[in-house]
Ligand binder design. Sequence first.
Ligand code: SF4
Length: 222
Amino acid sequence: MSDSESSKESKKYVHNCTKCGSCCEKWSEVPIFIEDLQKWIADGTIHHVLPFLQIQETPPAYVRLILKKPAAGEEDPNPSGCPLYDYSNKICNIYSSMPLHCASYPLAYNGEKFYLVDRDSPGLGNGTMTAETLESAREIARNQFDAVSSSSAILPLLYTMIISSIMKKSQEAMASLSDEDQQQLEELLSKSKDDQETEDETDSQEEWEDITAVEEDTEKEE
Ligand code: SF4
């Protein structure tokens, strides 16, 4: 990008968070990069984040880390949105150490130029930005671009290594069992599989009975 393009873009981009919470309330999944983990391990934030970190597999080989609520219970008044968003006080619970994805929003960088990921962000055009705050925003967007590349290269490799290690350990544990213990384990596994199949059959039978009952009721009404 030429200097003239840079200055043109710098005049256009003004963003200051209005703390309306709209992005935190709508993002049910927040992408996390290796760089986020490094920062959180260094500053101790990792303890707040760990309960909500999940590995997401996207076949055939893409693996990514996300922040996501565990399956929301019926009693959860805010089943969607980021797990780290404090709805009562309208603030991020890790505001000073928020993920790159959030710190960069709504500015992004694609290796050649900067662009907006959300033209409707309420913070766009809000207030003013100094040259320093603008450069800081662009630096974060560049860091996020680098983080996407490094994490998409490293995470699948790490994941494969961990899964292989777990499989190897379970194979070794199986091999170290006596023939009798192995047989007992196989029986247990087989029983648990049978129980699951019986449960599934009972569920479908109950569903079928429900459908039949509804049909009979409908016929009576007619
Ligand atoms: S991590 Fe913080 S800033 Fe990012 S979506 Fe969640 S609550 Fe919002």
